[in-house]
Design a protein around this ligand. Structure first.
Ligand code: AMP
Ligand code: MG
Length: 310
């Protein structure tokens, strides 16, 4: 077994991307699982601290994109990794099959509508990348109501244009104060099969399973080809892809938590410092509040846990 660090999962567009170079499993021994869970937990706490500062400062926004095949663990990763975070600073958007309203617009429209404010983290469960993945695999572009000049190109040209549009969009976001973190949870077909069986056998998981999941599964090689090409074309220095081995969920969660912490650290958020005159205002306010009790500071008499709860 060879552990992967975050940097081993990173592809920033230098060179040619080959999916085969990225494992779905590094076979971490079972006995090490608690260690990784503890590391994830520590990252979750660190994330909460950094997010608090990001929110207070309100300068930079972070978009975390999670892409994967079905049952790769997108939902559970969101649930676990984001558990410590203040809900006020996070939005989660799930991108399903587009509605007719959404299809009547350009493909980035619905994603733009779900962008977080700067100071917040926007988590995308699937994203505009579906428009070069599922759309490509099923040739859905052929069904779009668009002018001839758009559709009268080869399939390759159509999607090369979309890759460029995505690169341009992410560059636009970068230039507008956002960081885009793109994560592909790389699960194997064999592990997906086992997880589908779990979903069928476990009643509490039945709702997650749909029979179309099995038909999509038949298209596995086409999806992998679409992922490989999409990652190759859309990874950049500012918005790299992280291809995370996802056959072991605890390990994938740790890597995702690493990626988010590193991205927040790169934002280097600080609590805003008050200008001198506002600090003087604070001091005046303090004096005023203390004078209500004749200058006596009665906070020491209050239950200490009360203050810690804030
Ligand atoms: P799930 O995430 O399992 O609830 O499934 C959502 C489904 O919506 C997946 O099968 C996606 O491939 C599909 N989907 C998401 N975005 C698009 C899109 N732009 N065009 C077509 N299908 C999409
Ligand atoms: Mg599904």
């Amino acid at each position: 077994m060879e552990f992967q660090e975050l940097k081993d999962c990173r592809f920033d567009g230098s060179g040619h991307f080959k999916l085969d170079d990225y494992p779905t499993d590094v076979h971490v021994e079972k006995r090490l699982r608690p260690n990784f869970e503890a590391l994830t937990e520590a990252n979750t706490q660190r994330m909460a601290e950094l997010q608090d500062r990001l929110y207070a400062e309100g300068r930079e926004g972070v978009v975390v994109i999670l892409q994967a095949m079905d049952a790769a663990g997108k939902d559970s990763t969101i649930k676990h990794v984001m558990s410590g975070i203040n809900p006020q600073g996070v939005t989660v958007a799930s991108f399903k099959q587009p509605s007719s309203e959404e299809l009547a617009h350009d493909f980035l429209w619905r994603a733009v509508a779900r962008l977080p404010r700067r100071g917040c983290i926007g988590l995308f469960n699937r994203s505009y990348y579906e428009d070069v993945l599922v759309v490509r695999v099923h040739d859905l572009q052929k069904t779009y109501r668009m002018p001839k000049r758009v559709l009268d190109t080869s399939k390759d040209d159509f999607f090369e244009q979309r890759y460029r549009q995505i690169r341009d969009f992410e560059r636009y976001l970068w230039e507008n104060g956002y960081r885009v973190l793109k994560i592909f949870l790389n699960v194997s077909s064999a592990e997906q099969r086992r997880r589908f069986l779990d979903r069928i056998d476990d009643e509490s998981k039945n709702w997650k399973f749909s029979s179309s999941d099995v038909t999509e599964r038949q298209l596995w090689p086409k999806y992998m080809e679409a992922y490989e090409q999409c990652i190759d074309r859309t990874a950049t220095k500012e918005a790299p892809w992280y291809v995370v081995p996802a056959d072991q969920k605890f390990y994938a969660r740790w890597l995702v938590s690493e990626a988010i912490v590193r991205t927040l650290e790169a934002c280097d958020p600080h609590y805003p410092e008050l200008p001198a005159e506002q600090r003087d205002d604070l001091e005046t306010a303090r004096q005023g509040l203390l004078s209500e009790t004749g200058g006596h500071d009665d906070r020491s008499e209050r239950d200490a846990t009360e203050r810690e709860n804030n």
